[in-house]
Design a protein around this ligand. Structure first.
Ligand SMILES: [Zn+2]
Length: 210
């Protein structure tokens, strides 16, 4: 969710074939869940499902960066981070747009679809965490893995809570409120990533030697 979430992919096992295979699997899980939540969010009329999808997008980008960019020069890493931040920012703005649209039109999302997809997202995060667990290196990586998974699970629980709220109140407001909070956090995270990567690109060391 926040800027800290999943932003420190471990590179201790970079040359390890088993670790790379696990990265491919968690990349596939997270990319698939991003598409599922965006699609289900549109189909079920739920903004919070789409807001939760933002985290799967960010995590997918991190696993892709771990697979392809981590060993490269700072300029490439900063460019990849900038692309990730910009993509997350654009999708964050899209979700804010959905929040406004649903709020203005007073739509009623499908609470059962929200609950079902919310549970699938929880399972996907638990599976990713379990797969990566064996490859967590030192204490710092262990800690960031915990923080990252905790934040992801909190997001999934917020969606389930919104589903319960929609079911209980018969209105779309719980969905809209949860989505607005999650999208705002995602936009803050995207802004931090963009600021850091722009600063890295401006460093003198990032200029290729002549
Ligand atoms: Zn995450």
């Amino acid at each position: 969710m926040g800027a800290e979430c999943c932003s420190h992919p471990p590179d201790l096992n970079r040359g390890n074939a088993g670790y790379r295979r696990v990265l491919w699997i968690v990349l596939a899980i997270n990319a698939a869940m991003f598409l599922v939540e965006i699609g289900a969010g549109l189909a079920a009329g739920s903004a919070s499902l789409q807001a939760d999808a933002l985290d799967f997008l960010g995590d997918s980008a991190n696993y892709a960066i771990s697979l392809f960019v981590v060993g490269m020069a700072l300029r490439y890493r900063a460019t990849a981070a900038l692309a990730k931040g910009a993509t997350m920012g654009l999708f964050g703005l899209w979700v804010i747009g959905m929040v406004v649209w649903h709020a203005v039109h007073g739509t009623l999302p499908n609470a059962f679809a929200m609950g079902a997809i919310g549970f699938a997202a929880l399972a996907a995060n638990a599976a990713s965490f379990a797969l990566l667990w064996a490859y967590r290196g030192g204490d710092a990586n262990m800690r960031s893995a915990w923080i990252c998974t905790r934040n992801d699970v909190l997001g999934n629980l917020a969606v389930l809570l919104a589903a319960l709220g929609v079911f209980g109140t018969g209105t779309g407001w719980p969905d809209v409120i949860v989505a607005a909070i999650m999208a705002t956090l995602a936009l803050q995270g995207a802004a931090t990533v963009i600021r850091q990567s722009v600063a890295e690109l401006r460093q003198p060391a990032a200029v290729p030697a002549e």
